[in-house]
Design a protein around this ligand. Structure first.
Ligand code: GLN
Length: 503
């Protein structure tokens, strides 16, 4: 019973709770037990808020008993990446510098989820301030991939992806700046959606790179991603970067139809080995990933879609552009952690003055990768280098966006593998930041262009999950979700579960 409960989608669970087939408390208890058991091996949670979750679940059951209307996520457990603020719940961004920080307010997404009846189970481990591709840059230690414990779950939303894959929760939220929802989704065999820039409020998200950050769901089905997006999307007076674009019923878009859908594949970029221009990067595409990707395109073609070749001539520069823009913005955003207003403060020594307090706090509070990015970002923004690096990166960013504009004149979605390789080994890239950055080669261009993108499980390479990434037009998450859902109806990759701890 409990094991079967844990396999159910959020849609099924909320229907089951609504008709009384199962109580919200039973669902919550099953998820808590699984989360606690799985956490020993996976380290996916920074915090499991059992008491709070059970109290919320009891409240949902009381509402149902009283015949009160229930929200679209009533009784559905959810895990939140630990860079999302929940009032009264420790929030760390997996950084020592936020030690002891308890937010006095809720992120807008948290408010909307709880208003919809979702039950927050806890906070998930991630790379410190969402900077990383392997979840190894965490003050709480790495997360392990449920498919292979010696592998990374991806990053930076590694804990959220691992928790959904290991059936601790049906749904989780992550944040995606350069791939942090989609790449861990691919590595753990779950769906990850990065909405259009401006689609979802970032109020209460601990900022990394503000022109790129978006919050998105990790789920086991495209239908659940549609459900979560419908709840969290929409304008928010507390976040001026949110769009007034109407929010469609994303669930209603899931027709199962892909007939006539035009899928663009940037073949020269996906297979680029060796790189084609000065400053270009090699994608290092794994053979098993390539095979799964081609097979997925074939499946969609047989279902009535057409696959056409497109060019994204500037995509080969997306990695350098991303790591200039993101570090510049990070260096500015992270200036606020000075030991005065939040979290950790160095206790210092007798000679401590304000300046040494700042620098000791930041030296002791930030991890190595965050420091590297603050230094890189400060450098690229400094007088004399701004034009050569930051400004140039912004210009190439515009060119990349135009590549997509041009492509979308002919196609409805752009397909690429989510990551050039399946999950790599823990420790494999930690000594070589450049290799780590290159793992993001296929994910960074969508956020640079502001576009929505989804990763959906599309097979395995050497027993490890592979993700198919689809990028869409601005605010056209519906087409991405429809395509991903239709693909799930053609295949059963999304139903595969990793070996699970006994329950
Ligand atoms: N891996 C990328 C980075 O390290 C993306 C991170 C993210 O999307 N938050 O910056």
């Amino acid at each position: 019973m409990a094991a079967d409960l844990l396999d159910r989608s959020a849609l099924t669970l909320r229907d089951d709770v609504a008709v009384g087939r199962v109580s919200a408390v039973e669902v919550c208890q099953a998820c808590l037990a699984r989360a606690q058991a799985a956490n020993v091996a996976l380290n996916g949670f920074n915090l499991i808020a059992a008491e709070r979750a059970l109290a919320r679940a009891e409240q949902i059951d009381r509402q149902r008993a009283a015949g009160e209307p229930l929200g679209p996520l009533a009784g559905v457990p959810i895990a939140l990446k630990d860079n999302l603020s929940v009032r009264g719940m420790r929030t760390t961004a997996s950084s020592r510098i936020l030690e002891g920080y308890v937010p006095p307010y809720d992120a807008t997404v948290v408010r909307r989820l709880e208003d919809a009846g979702a039950v927050i189970l806890g906070k998930t481990n991630c790379d410190e301030f969402a900077m990383g591709s392997s979840n190894e840059n965490s003050a709480f230690g790495p997360v392990r991939n449920p498919w292979a414990l010696d592998r990374t779950p991806g990053g930076s939303s590694g804990g959220s992806a691992a928790a959904v894959a290991a059936r601790c929760v049906p749904i989780a939220l992550g944040s995606d700046t350069g791939g942090s929802v989609r790449q861990p989704g691919a590595f753990c065999g779950v769906v990850g959606l990065k909405p259009t820039y401006g689609r979802v409020s970032r109020y209460g998200l601990l900022a990394f790179a503000s022109s790129l950050d978006q919050i998105g769901p990790l789920t086991r089905t495209a239908a659940d991603a549609a459900l979560v997006l419908s709840v969290i999307a929409g304008a928010d007076p507390a976040d001026a970067t949110t769009s007034r674009e109407p929010v469609p019923d994303f669930g209603a878009a899931l027709t199962g139809e892909v007939t006539g859908l035009r899928i663009g594949v940037p073949r020269a970029f996906v297979g680029a080995d060796p790189p084609s221009g000065a400053g270009a990067v090699t994608t290092g595409l794994d053979e098993g990933v390539r095979r799964a990707f081609e097979q997925a395109l074939g499946d969609l073609e047989r279902a009535g879609a057409s696959v056409v070749e497109i060019a994204l001539p500037h995509a080969q520069y997306a990695i350098p552009v991303y790591y200039l823009v993101a570090t510049a913005e990070a260096s500015s955003n992270l200036a606020r952690y000075d030991g005065v207003k939040y979290g950790y403060r160095s206790t210092g020594t007798k000679d401590q003055n304000l300046q040494t307090m700042y620098s000791r706090t930041r030296d002791e509070g930030f991890g190595a990768e965050v420091k590297r990015r603050i230094m890189l970002g400060t450098y690229v923004l400094s007088a004399g280098y701004y034009d050569a690096f930051y400004l140039k990166a912004q210009q190439v960013r515009t060119l990349l966006r135009r590549d997509y504009d041009r492509a979308f004149e002919h196609v409805d979605v752009v397909a690429m593998p989510t990551s050039p390789t399946p999950a790599f080994r823990l420790g494999e890239k930690t000594d070589d930041p450049l290799q780590m950055y290159l793992a993001d080669v296929f994910t960074v261009s969508a956020p640079l262009a502001g576009l929505p993108a989804i990763s959906v499980p599309c097979g395995f390479s050497d027993g490890l999950p592979v993700g198919l990434q689809l990028t869409g037009r601005l605010f056209d998450e519906s087409t991405l979700l429809r395509t991903a859902d239709a693909y799930e109806r053609l295949t059963n990759w999304h139903t595969q579960a990793p070996p699970l701890p006994p329950h």
